[in-house]
Design a protein around this ligand. Structure first.
Ligand code: S3P
Length: 187
């Protein structure tokens, strides 16, 4: 099936954006663009190393520039775009995402509880500088950190998305199937 408009996945760290993007892309035979992977390729370093070497502000500048480019590219060629969890923290990025929904793009918030997210984050220790930047946290500390960050971002995710999918009870393939079904209505 061909994809009439792009799909952008947003949501907290470890909400499954990259994995679900790959599954949806198979269904539609559309390319996946992973924002963090683009930044890593451009910087020649992992996201964690970019944070250490240049700091968060520099990373956010790269992220904003990459989002702008990717949305432009995907207006020509509909794609499945996986974003980093903090993309919604910038006014400019939120404006871009909100404008994209007006142009037909599906912006999908993969929602999960702090408990679920913390469990998934702990499976990849050291990958996320905003959680494990100083040292690897234990489960309780991770949940606390996730709760605080999520509280500050929840409204941003909701304000950008035109589809919200709850992912707590579902694995990535069920989430992808749910999205494919719901896209038939909204695209
Ligand atoms: C971030 C999420 C990460 C990555 C960076 C910052 C965030 O991506 O972009 O570590 O601010 O939530 P994932 O959502 O893929 O973990």
């Amino acid at each position: 099936m061909s994809l009439p408009h792009s799909v952008v996945l947003i949501g907290f760290m470890a909400s499954g954006k990259s994995h679900v993007a790959r599954l949806i892309s198979k269904h539609f035979d559309a390319p996946v663009i992973d924002l963090d992977a683009r930044i890593e390729a451009a910087c020649g370093a992992s996201i964690a190393s970019v944070f250490v070497a240049h700091g968060e502000k520099y990373f956010r500048e790269q992220e904003a520039e990459t989002l702008k480019q990717v949305l432009q590219e995907s207006a020509e060629k509909p794609s499945i775009i996986a974003t980093g969890g903090g993309v919604v923290t910038s006014d400019a990025n939120r404006n871009l995402l909100q404008q994209a929904t007006k142009d037909g793009v599906a912006v999908i918030y993969l929602r999960a509880t702090p408990e679920t997210l913390a469990q998934r984050i702990r499976q990849e220790p050291g990958k996320r500088p905003l959680i494990d930047g100083d040292r690897i946290l234990d489960m309780e500390e991770t949940q606390e950190r996730v709760k605080v960050l999520l509280e500050g971002r929840r409204a941003f995710y909701e304000s950008c998305a035109n589809i919200i999918v709850d992912t707590n009870e579902s694995d990535a393939s069920n989430v992808a199937a749910d999205i494919v079904e719901r896209l038939n209505f909204s695209l």
